[in-house]
Design a protein around this ligand. Structure first.
Ligand SMILES: Nc1nc2c(ncn2[C@@H]2O[C@H](COP(=O)(O)OP(=O)(O)OP(=O)(O)O)[C@@H](O)[C@H]2O)c(=O)[nH]1
Length: 311
């Protein structure tokens, strides 16, 4: 994977290639990140069992024959309470409106929840091709799947309905073919081997943030953010990465550090292991925990996460 974030225009004749954007919209935990990872064939977006972990607009880029599909992996759409949450929701819908196709992903086991109702209401006004993706079919009986598909199609005339298991890769090929075929004609916007335009620094921060998320509970993960401050390629091929985990208060810092530094050590070990797999080289990871009060109200932090600051 490349460390550059600048798109390029390909040299291929325009008529032969296609390229466009697919926005995946869904309630938190519906499986958007898992699906993007499955379609792209690599881990580009963090996946956890907790909700609302996806803050940035992270794109996965997939190639199907001569067609390039750029996925906008939107933050989970839910009722916003805090300022950061409002920004996440607005960013998600902004991404959807700029896309060529919208994929509404629904956790088939949960069915039509209040959140799904909200999404349907907002989707109605968007005049773009829409497909319904019923996910997690490995957990649901066929009869209830068909009933759910009918119920949702009664509300919105989806152009197509797919039933998939993002986790097992079941039926995801058909979905990929559909997306690829429905991209507009044009040159590829990214080089062939690029699977994400998220700069490596940010991707590395996402990985550590995922580990913070997995190890800490309750409010804390939502009050923390991770930034990569230094990225140094060593002569021996290894990489030295310095990251800061920002929290809002001193007592949160103590929690992240843990007794005798046990928690931060565990976070660091897990993040380093995954970074080594991703970069295919030795990684020296240095984590620091800093208190930055009210980082949630600081426009700069939003820019780094790739979302618009709410005015
Ligand atoms: N059984 C099963 N589990 C799945 C499937 N797809 C996703 N999951 C699980 O559902 C959980 C949520 O998946 P994510 O991909 O993080 O969901 P998301 O929609 O990106 O979540 P947010 O980041 O909160 O918006 C994870 O534990 C996944 O492993 C599936 O097809 N079958």
């Amino acid at each position: 994977m490349s460390d550059t974030s600048s798109p390029m225009s390909g040299d291929m004749p325009e008529t032969e290639t296609k390229c466009g954007y697919v926005a995946l919209i869904g309630a938190p935990n519906a499986g958007k990140s898992t699906l993007v990872n499955e379609l792209v064939g690599s881990k580009v977006s963090i996946v956890t069992h907790k909700v609302q972990t996806t803050r940035s607009l992270i794109r996965g880029i997939a190639l199907k024959d001569e067609k390039q599909v750029i996925f906008v992996d939107t933050p989970g759409i839910f009722a916003p309470k805090r300022r950061l949450e409002t920004a996440m929701v607005n960013t998600a819908w902004g991404g959807a409106k700029d896309a060529d196709v919208i994929g509404m992903i629904v956790d088939a086991r949960k069915g039509v929840t209040e959140q799904i109702e909200d999404i349907l209401d907002r989707l109605k006004d968007i005049k773009l091709p829409k497909v319904l993706i019923l996910n997690k079919i490995d957990l649901v009986k066929r009869d209830s799947l068909l009933a759910l598909a009918q119920q949702l199609n009664d509300r919105i005339a989806f152009d197509e309905t797919f039933m998939v298991s993002a986790l097992n890769g079941d039926r995801t090929d058909d979905l990929m073919v559909y997306f690829a075929d429905h991209m507009p004609k044009g040159p590829w916007l990214y080089p062939e081997d690029m699977i994400s335009d998220l700069p490596m620094r940010q991707l590395a921060a996402e990985i550590t943030r995922e580990k913070v998320f997995l190890r800490l509970h309750q409010e804390l993960p939502y009050a923390s953010t991770v930034e990569t401050e230094k990225w140094e390629q060593k002569k021996d091929g290894s990489v030295r990465i310095e990251q800061v985990i920002y929290v809002e208060r001193d007592n949160q810092k103590m929690i992240v550090l843990g007794k005798g530094g046990a928690t931060i050590k565990a976070i660091s070990t897990a993040a380093r292991k995954e970074l080594m797999e991703l970069l295919e080289t030795k990684v020296h990871l240095f984590l620091f925990v800093k208190v930055r009060e009210r980082w949630v109200d600081d426009p700069e932090r939003y820019r780094e996460m790739g979302i618009d600051f709410p005015i």
